[in-house]
Design a protein around this ligand. Structure first.
Ligand SMILES: *Cc1c(COP(=O)(O)O)cnc(C)c1O
Length: 378
């Protein structure tokens, strides 16, 4: 089956005996045993639940993994995956990471004894030079958030496997519709399902997808033990979102290109970060490993006053945190996603008081551009 069809029919045979067209919300905490010592498929919803299993099977197929695990948020997925590593493990991670992941690695995992090096994972020689005897994994986001740095997944996978490390890729930004890291050699894919997979800004979710049964078994163990699993109703919502993933991503991809070009043409805009520009440093690698550029655009305007003006005056775009939904959102990374990153570090990387990020939605592009235009010119 092709991707668009899988989004609807990946797990049809696992539905119910009534033949419901959609997988129902199985709102149950526990299940009746069929007999003493008789193993039933379901026993308790922290371990597994029909609605969640259906969603997990769908996501596993979309990413090309042996199993997927659904969590109550992206951060719950990442926290659980980090349990695969022992106390003295060293991990090399992208320097431009989702703010919550940075906070977890630095302020929680590091306190517990793990160590991290943050670097541009697009620079393979640099990554290689950071590997030491305790290194257990490379953790990468590509394109990265919010600076849109691109890493070559196949190249990182080759290095990781040469050295016996796991490659973990957060695929939230491009989704399996545009990029499938497991096929490129990664071992684990992470998602904030809150974003494009759910796609409607109405539910939190996270996923970890395993390439091999061995990794799947470990994640399953930590998942059921930690218990940060996705509830049945939210599983239903994310599954419903996934049905239209290809349609939304195509529209978002096309809208983003128009908006990025419009932004680049404005004299008040100093720099536009968008991987779909042919002169973007990661353009060639993006073309090689992904079939779309996605809907994320960051840009720097000439003054803090203009940045604040845009945020205060947009009407169609909404000034809100998050990304990946049908509604276009604009955010101020300095105050929101990256508020916990030390000021000097943030400034050095360009995440300053003139830096904004747009998550392009599925509205008509003309309305979005007209809205930005009036907000720029107020
Ligand atoms: C939002 C996000 C996360 C965290 O996901 P939550 O669902 O908010 O917990 C992780 N990685 C990326 C790239 C994200 O955008």
């Amino acid at each position: 089956m092709e991707f668009e069809t899988l989004c609807l029919h990946a797990d049809d045979n696992k539905k119910d005996e009534w033949g419901t067209i959609t997988m129902p919300v199985c709102q149950a905490a526990t299940f009746v045993h069929k007999g003493v010592g008789v193993q039933s498929q379901y026993s308790y919803s922290r371990l597994s639940n029909p609605t969640r299993s259906h969603l997990e099977n769908t996501v596993a197929k979309l990413e090309g993994g042996v199993a997927a695990f659904a969590f109550s948020s992206g951060m719950a997925a990442i926290t659980t995956v980090m349990k695969l590593f022992k106390q003295d493990a060293h991990i090399i991670a992208s320097e431009d990471l989702y703010g919550g992941s940075l906070r977890l690695f630095r302020n929680v995992n590091t306190v517990e004894g793990m160590s991290f090096d943050f670097t541009d994972t697009g620079d393979i020689a640099r990554v290689r030079s950071l590997i030491n005897k305790n290194t257990k994994a490379i953790y990468c986001e590509t394109p990265s958030n919010p600076l849109m740095q691109v890493s070559d997944i196949a190249e990182l996978a080759a290095l990781a496997h040469e050295k016996g490390l796991l490659l973990i890729v957060d695929n939230t930004f491009l989704t399996p519709y545009f990029q499938r890291p497991l096929e490129l050699g990664a071992d684990i894919v992470i998602h904030s399902g809150t974003k494009y997979l759910g796609g409607h800004n109405d539910a939190l979710a996270g996923f970890a997808v395993a390439k091999t049964p061995e990794i799947a078994e470990k994640i399953a163990y930590y998942s059921k033990t930690i218990g940060a699993c996705l509830a049945p109703w939210d599983s239903f919502l994310i599954e419903r979102g996934i049905k239209t993933l290809p349609l939304r991503m195509d529209r978002i991809n096309a809208n983003a290109k128009l908006i990025a070009e419009w932004l680049r043409g404005r004299k008040e805009v100093k720099k536009v970060y968008y991987t779909g520009f042919e002169d973007h440093a990661g353009y060639a690698v993006s073309k090689k490993q992904a079939t779309g550029f996605g809907g994320m655009i960051s840009f720097e305007v000439e003054s803090k006053a203009l940045a604040e003006n845009i945020l205060s005056n947009v009407k169609v775009l909404q000034y809100a945190e998050s990304l990946g939904g049908v509604e276009s959102l604009i955010t101020y990374p300095m105050l929101q996603t990256h508020a916990d990153v030390p000021v000097e570090e943030r400034e050095m990387r360009g995440i300053n008081d003139r830096f904004l990020r747009i998550s392009v939605g599925i509205e008509n592009a003309k309305d979005l551009i007209d809205d930005l235009k009036q907000a720029f010119e107020r």
